[in-house]
Design a protein around this ligand. Structure first.
Ligand SMILES: Cc1cc2nc3c(=O)[nH]c(=O)nc-3n(C[C@H](O)[C@H](O)[C@H](O)COP(=O)(O)OP(=O)(O)OC[C@H]3O[C@@H](n4cnc5c(N)ncnc54)[C@H](O)[C@@H]3O)c2cc1C
Length: 323
């Protein structure tokens, strides 16, 4: 059992993001009695209370705004300092642009191993076991560690946060301010995206080439809307994006976004391995396809065989009626 866990938290506009709370939940389920959260950037010390409410026992912070724009060399030095303070058996990071760069750098510095993009991390008779999807979502691989600390990056939404413990508090400590960086950020471009982001949605409804025309996405959007604009987002297969039917920013898959919602509804999508690489981590997959032999049914918990033009509006109406 891991007794000391270090969670490398992340802030979104000065607030603790949801994935950090999920990582604290994962650390708690590993049996860690000491859960230290490292927070870097403007608002870090203000976000500590939310980390305590989420289950952290100690929070280390630096409010230095130089950490706001992620630079690997600055962050790795600060996180190494957190490692010295927390002596962790396991270090958990999000599979984000931060975790993706930081985990291997940290593993090199600490002379240990990192398992990337995991869906689960658990205690296996005192050792850390991490599971990730491989071969485009067609198999699961389980990793154990022969070195310590075990470093694991975890996909957003793959783990549940703990029930918040309002008013909880704990020990706080400091991390050093940012050192000079060898990286200069030349510019920043924000992708215009209205509404709920794919990765943040607890429900993703995706459409594929089987929709037959871009207008097919209206039916898919109606279903997402009925499920709730605050929790459902619309995705698409690459074939649909390549045809120009839906924006490439909404593509799910190997060369698109990786999503791990509670519910993934695949409408007129065949279930190619490259598509499944982006959604096989969903807790429940529902497939709507007119071909009973479609590959997607191998992954789906619930399958509806039929023409989407009939099935999806009927489902949308049933959801509206149930509200
Ligand atoms: C290197 C590489 C990377 C790739 N990356 C990605 C990726 O990131 N994401 C991705 O999605 N793909 C990716 N692909 C492409 C992938 O291999 C598939 O070609 C693609 O996913 C197929 O999209 P689709 O399921 O929408 O279309 P199709 O395979 O054409 O399937 C359409 C489905 O719709 C069903 N259908 C047709 N009409 C109806 C109807 N009226 N009602 C209900 N069902 C209907 C059909 O039975 C069929 O199953 C990649 C490929 C390569 C080589």
């Amino acid at each position: 059992m891991a007794s000391n866990a270090l969670v490398v938290g992340e802030l979104a506009e000065g607030e603790l993001n949801a994935t950090t709370l999920e990582l604290i939940g994962a650390a708690s389920r590993l049996g860690a009695s000491n859960i230290t959260v490292a927070l870097l950037g403007g608002g870090a010390s203000g976000a500590a209370s939310k980390a305590f409410e989420g289950g952290a026992t100690k929070v280390l912070t630096s409010d230095d705004a130089s950490y706001d724009e992620f630079r690997g060399d600055q962050w790795v030095a600060a996180v190494q300092n957190a490692v010295e303070q927390a002596s962790p058996d396991v270090i958990l990071l999000a599979q984000s642009h931060v975790g993706r760069e930081l985990a291997p750098r940290l593993a090199f510095r600490l002379d240990t191993g990192a398992a990337m993009d995991c869906l689960n991390v658990e205690d296996d008779g005192g050792a850390v076991k991490a599971t990730r999807s491989v071969y485009g979502g067609n198999a699961m691989a389980t990793y154990s560690f022969v070195t310590s600390p075990a470093i694991v990056t975890v996909r957003a939404k793959a783990q549940d946060p703990l029930e918040p413990n309002a008013g909880a508090s704990g020990e706080t400590g400091e991390l050093p301010g940012a050192s000079d960086s060898r990286t200069t950020i030349a510019g920043r471009e924000i992708v215009e995206a209205a509404g709920l982001q794919l990765q943040d949605a607890s429900i993703v409804v995706s459409g594929g080439r089987g929709l037959g025309a871009p207008e097919g996405f209206q039916v898919v959007e109606e279903l997402a809307k009925a499920l709730g604009a605050d929790r459902a987002a619309v995705g698409a297969s690459r074939a649909a994006c390549d045809l120009g039917w839906y924006p490439p920013s909404q593509q799910v898959g190997l060369t698109g976004k990786v999503v791990t919602p509670d519910l993934y509804i695949a409408v007129a999508i065949s279930g190619a391995s490259q598509h499944m690489a982006g959604c096989s981590g969903a807790k429940t997959i529902v497939a709507i396809n007119k071909d009973p032999e479609a590959n997607i049914f191998q992954f789906a918990r619930y399958g509806i065989v039929g023409d989407y033009k009939e099935m999806v509006p009927a489902l949308t109406e049933a959801i509206k009626a149930a509200k």
